[in-house]
Design a protein around this ligand. Structure first.
Ligand code: PMV
Length: 371
């Protein structure tokens, strides 16, 4: 079995003075949810997600080796003991993002021992609207991890593609758990599962089994119900699963639901797919409602949308369903062949429940891309 130690490099064969890379990485939407974790961002249960296509972070990483020659000691760049980086968001310095990046670099330093040798300029932007209530941590951490892996690959060109993507996902995980599912593949599993070959707590892997054509170009229209700041950060949310009265049963249920999805992906049975996906979304929220302290993250319009989707599905038999993140926004999931009808329904009946009528059309995508 692969262990985290396998990702600690021994020595590099090449040296690189300066340069830059640019990667885009998408967001992802979990079908079986990750909620609850152990130390070092190890998930309490396995999860699976669709990778998105349009909601992305694009990050450029410029790097230059710090000058450690004695003549320039005294200059800011010589410390060698600290991470040295500038952070730009949409081209402008963004100080309030820095502590999160600092913490990320601290966590991954053991895996990338070159980090303190360079000064970095991280320039990042999202394709989705700022403060839309869509979390950018998954796409953001994945995009940064990809860039750092490109640099490591320049230092060690012999690296295999498998190692590159596994380690990129492992690093992304240490930034934000769900980010490890934003690296490669359309359907990504993260967390050990007895019946999924290659699945690991350390990194996300492409779902290895058959996937029915019904899921090809699967659509996700994200209805922005509440664009406000998250009421509960995911760090606090995951912590609420410690000593949660239903935690153990919930973690077991995630294994069972993932097991069921293996055959659903193969058969293309959308009725069964809908049952698992909606149940997972409501279970995630049920966990928050039954923790101490307790939270309700849905808004009245979240429930209006859910009821409207159920009514529409009953009347039309169109296989459309919803899922939720740890917030009030609703992801509407449906196959491509009903896209026209579902979009019409969204425009006619759901847009009124969205803040400023805003929604984002997305679909299943392939993962991070080097630009
Ligand atoms: O990656 P985090 O720590 O922000 O947690 C994300 C948790 C959920 O989005 C609610 C579920 C998931 O599996 O993505």
């Amino acid at each position: 079995m692969i262990s985290a130690k396998d990702f600690i490099p021994s020595k590099y064969t090449h040296s690189v003075e300066k340069g830059n890379f640019q990667w885009s990485a998408p967001s992802n939407i979990a079908l079986v949810k990750y909620w609850g974790k152990k130390d070092n961002q190890i998930p309490a249960n396995p999860s699976v997600s669709f990778t998105l296509n349009n909601c992305k972070t694009i990050t450029k990483l410029a790097f230059a080796k710090k000058d450690i020659s004695p003549e320039v000691s005294g200059s800011l760049n010589v410390t060698g003991n600290n991470f040295s980086f500038d952070l730009l968001f949409e081209g402008q310095p963004k100080e309030d993002f820095k502590p999160k990046i600092q913490k990320f670099l601290e966590r991954i330093e053991i895996y990338l021992p070159f980090l303190k040798d360079y000064h970095f300029t991280i320039d990042t932007e999202n394709t989705f609207p700022h403060s839309s209530g869509i979390a950018s941590s998954a796409s953001g951490m994945a995009a940064l991890a990809m860039n750092l892996m490109s640099l490591e690959k320049a230092l060690n060109p012999e690296m295999t593609e498998e190692y590159f993507y596994q380690k990129a996902s492992l690093l992304a995980r240490l930034g934000s758990g769900s980010a490890c599912r934003s690296v490669k593949g359309q359907v990504v599993v993260w967390g050990n599962h007895a019946n999924i070959t290659g699945s690991s707590d350390l990194f996300g892997v492409e779902f290895p089994n058959a996937i029915h054509a019904n899921f090809k170009n699967f659509q996700d229209t994200i209805l922005l119900v509440d664009k406000g700041e998250k009421q509960v950060s995911s760090t606090i949310g995951h912590d609420l699963m410690h000593n949660h009265p239903f935690a153990e049963r919930r973690f077991a249920q995630a294994h069972e639901n993932l097991d069921q999805l293996i055959s659903i992906f193969e058969s293309g049975n959308l009725d069964e797919f809908i049952k698992i996906v909606e149940s997972e979304a409501l279970t995630l929220h049920a966990m928050m409602m039954t923790s101490m302290p307790y939270f309700i993250l849905m808004k009245p319009n979240t429930l209006e949308i859910i009821n409207a989707i159920w009514k529409f599905r009953n009347e039309t038999k169109i296989p459309v369903c919803f899922t939720l993140d740890a917030g009030a926004n609703v992801h509407v999931l449906y196959p491509q062949n009903v896209a026209e009808k579902v979009l019409q329904f969204i425009k006619n009946e759901l847009v009124g429940y969205c803040q400023n009528g805003q929604y984002i059309c997305d679909e299943i995508g392939n993962g991070a891309v080097l630009i």
